[in-house]
Write a protein of this length. Structure first.
Lengths: 172, 513, 99
């Protein structure tokens, strides 16, 4: 039963991921990414990481996909240049070769590693995650708050059109 | 106990607090009508106050540097409470030395920005909070002794810088920022995957624990050895990208040229310094296993290749640039190469870590000074970018020309400037470590490099501007001038009396196992 | 479902992401590839934490999600900035800077 479930999730995940990287239309690519992320959340449930599955759906899927769609829509005004997502021949082959080579390398390393555990350990509780955040990893957590602030300031200063004068001078 | 932590981490805390205060000051302060752009429109609260906010940011960072000095004198080892932050932040002499360098480089860049942003009518006073946030990230990165902290710090440093590069809002600048961002996040994802593999292979996230686990994995055949190797490669690629070593330097010339010059200066000094600090710590603590530091089966040959490629390629290409800013970008790649020589030397020479720190300090003052002098040589009317723009500047603006020459001589490594001793100690460490080939390549490259630095000086002092050419009008700014004075004093002081600083650098080690 | 198969799955996802980054020319397309890579890293972390025990893998994954989201925010701001100044988001088309 477990095997079948994992098989289905894997197939969906890989299929959706391929959709993300090969789609001709960017909007479709973004939607495929949404499928990938939701399927990943299902995989987390499978791995008994329910808290993470929740975060994945709410924050990642909800936040990132919405942002990405906004990004695509805001920049698609010029249909001709924006929406199609061209991949030309030679570049495609080089990229495919590099990705396959990397995968072969990683897979070989995994197979060369004997003694990987086959049984799952005790599931982690949300309680334990919360505690780890506010005790052991408190410093990183605090720095993370500065990071979010920096990202916010950075994004606003880049994206807002705040001084019409300067923009007009710059011809934007 | 608490006092120890607060005092020990004070450079970090002061800069973080300063960033928040500046952000508020920028958002709620009243616009200053005197500093406004000539067109006179009042568009947002921070407008026209780049100078004051720049001064504020510089003061915060210089206070951070002074506090680093204070912590150094008190001795981080004596502050027992600092044990609490281990292994997440390792607050040792190595970290404190790097913090001093970072605050100094950041402070100089903020002073430069105070003059530059006003002169070039870039009403983006958010520049300063972004620099401070990024500096907090850089300091935490230099101190990071655990993978989670390391990544959060790395991204805090990087996100601020991505935004800084795009601040000019011209097509070239935006494009360079986007390219830098895309390559940067790709490199970060590779590095993150490496970290995940490392966690999988060792079950640990603290660098010391990873180091022990790798030593236990043993001689290449045990479980996880292949994963460790792949993780090593991915982490080295990510770090090589951050220090802009060839062949991971493709973003550097574009981003350095597209960014506002003070931001370029910040990237060249602070980002690179922090990246080298974390590189040394990760390589020596996590990958410090005997097998991985051996010449036959570890990272030394990889880094040596990067070092040779960075020095050689950058020096050859730098000579062919027509833009001085782009030349300085390639020069910073070449300098990453010299520092990488010292990183390789850490495998056999105990003095190598100190030589890296001293080198980064001399590089910081010389590079920030050189970009500052470049800013001073041109104004909004005509920004000096090419060699021709600098022709005859010695007559029009002798002080700027003299300062520029001093910093270029220091970058070229001419005695008695700071740069000379920086290079000297790096090559001494390399010879100690019996890396003769690397030393010879480095010395030859220093000679090649001297050519394009001296070429600028030749243009400034010996050429006349072409008749009828639009002349770059030098700008006058107290902020830029004071930054140049500070940098020049340090370049000369470190060049004439390097001993104390060098002794200090020599005892600032990462405490490898 | 042994750890090996989860690892292989996450590695395959990671490589698909790498393929996306290398083959796309559109900035948002590249960003989507990076997202796939980050997602693969998270699967990896969760799997390791699940099979080896310990909470740190999942904490790492939560941090990684936060980092990626912050990255996307800045990245999209840069895309919009470039679009405003150039009306085109293809990275290697607009090459005022190459060389």
């Amino acid at each position: 039963m477990e095997q079948i479930g994992f098989g289905i999730i894997s197939a969906c995940l890989l299929g959706a991921a391929l959709g993300v990287v090969t789609g001709k239309n960017l909007v479709h690519s973004v939607l495929w990414l949404a499928v990938t992320l939701v399927t990943t959340a299902a995989l987390y449930v499978f791995l008994n990481a329910t808290f993470l599955a929740g975060i994945q759906v709410i924050l990642y899927t909800g936040g990132v996909i919405t942002l990405m769609l906004f990004g695509v829509m805001l920049t698609r005004r010029d249909e001709r240049v924006m929406v199609e997502n061209e991949q030309n021949g030679r570049r495609l082959w080089i990229a495919a070769l590099a990705a396959l080579g990397l995968f072969a390398l990683l897979a070989a390393a995994t197979f060369k590693t004997p003694g990987l555990p086959r049984t799952q350990a005790e599931p982690t509780t949300t309680d334990a995650i919360g505690r780890a955040f506010l005790t052991e990893h408190l410093l990183a957590f605090e720095v993370l708050s500065l990071l979010l602030l920096a990202a916010m300031v950075g994004a606003i200063v880049l994206a807002r059109r705040h001084d019409a004068g300067a923009d007009a001078r710059g011809g934007l | 106990m608490t006092f120890d932590v607060v005092y020990g981490l004070s450079p970090l805390l002061v800069v973080a607090l300063g960033a928040l205060l500046l952000m508020l000051a920028e958002a709620f302060g009243k616009p200053n009508p005197q500093g406004l752009a000539p067109t006179g429109e009042v568009s947002d609260a921070g407008a026209g106050r780049a100078g004051e906010l720049g001064m504020g940011a510089a003061v915060v960072l210089f206070v951070g540097a002074a506090l680093s000095l204070g912590v150094w004198l008190a001795g981080p080892d004596n502050l027992v409470g600092l044990e609490l932050t281990r292994p997440y932040l390792i607050w040792d002499r190595f970290t404190v030395f790097v913090c001093f360098t970072l605050c100094l480089g950041g402070g100089l860049s903020c002073l430069l920005a105070g003059g530059y942003l006003t002169e070039h009518e870039i009403d983006r006073a958010e520049f300063f909070p972004l620099v401070l946030f990024s500096t907090v990230g850089a300091m935490a990165l230099a101190a990071a002794g655990e993978l989670l902290t390391l990544f959060v710090a790395l991204e805090t440093m990087s996100l601020g810088v991505y935004a800084l590069v795009g601040l000019r809002r011209t097509p070239r600048s935006s494009e360079a920022a986007l390219k830098y961002f895309l390559l940067g996040s790709f490199a970060a994802a590779l590095m993150l995957f490496g970290a995940a593999l490392l966690y999988g292979a060792t079950g640990r996230t603290d660098l010391a624990g990873i180091g022990q686990a790798i030593a236990a994995i043993g001689q290449g055949e045990g479980p996880g050895a292949a994963q460790v190797l792949i993780a090593l490669v991915l982490v080295v690629v990510g770090l090589a990208f951050k220090v802009s070593a060839v062949p991971f330097h493709m973003w550097t010339p574009d981003a350095y040229e597209g960014a506002p010059t003070p931001a370029t200066s910040y990237m060249a000094v602070a980002v690179k310094t922090a990246a080298f600090a974390v590189m040394v710590r990760v390589l020596l603590i996590a990958f410090g296993d005997e097998r991985l530091t051996s010449w036959a089966s570890g990272w030394p040959p990889v880094l040596a290749t990067l070092a040779v490629a960075s020095m050689t390629v950058a020096n050859l290409v730098a000579g062919r640039q027509s833009s001085v800013k782009r030349m300085l970008a390639y020069s910073s790649i070449a300098h990453a190469g010299y520092a990488l020589v010292a990183v390789v030397a850490t495998i056999r020479s105990p003095a190598a870590e100190g030589s890296i720190l001293f080198y980064l300090l001399t590089y910081t003052v010389s590079t920030a000074g050189a970009f500052g002098a470049l800013i001073l040589c041109g104004s909004r009317g005509k920004e000096a970018v090419s060699y021709e723009d600098l022709a005859g500047i010695a007559k029009r603006h002798p002080a700027a020309a003299m300062a520029f020459s001093l910093f270029l001589l220091s970058l070229a490594g001419v005695p008695p400037t700071a740069g000379f001793f920086g290079k000297l100690y790096v090559f001494q460490a390399a010879i100690d470590a019996e890396l003769y080939v690397l030393t010879v390549v480095g010395l030859l490259n220093s000679l090649v490099g001297a050519y394009y630095y001296l070429r600028v000086i030749v243009f400034m002092y010996m050429r006349e501007p072409a008749p009828g050419a639009t002349l770059a009008v030098p700008m006058r700014s107290g902020y830029v001038a004071s930054a140049l004075v500070i940098a020049a004093v340090l370049v000369i002081a470190l060049g004439v009396l390097p001993n104390v600083t060098l002794e200090w650098a020599a005892i600032a080690t990462v405490g490898r196992s | 479902m042994p750890l090996t198969s989860v690892l292989l799955l996450s590695m395959a996802l990671f490589c698909i992401g790498v393929f996306g980054v290398l083959s796309r020319r559109n900035a948002i397309g590249i960003l989507l590839g990076v997202e796939l890579m980050a997602n693969a890293v998270n699967i990896n972390l969760v799997a390791f934490s699940r099979f080896q025990g310990g909470v740190v893998g999942q904490v790492f994954a939560v941090f990684a999600i936060a980092l990626t989201v912050a990255e996307v925010v800045v990245g999209l701001a840069l895309v919009i900035l470039l679009y405003r100044s150039r009306k085109d988001v293809r990275v290697d088309e607009a090459n005022a800077l190459s060389g």
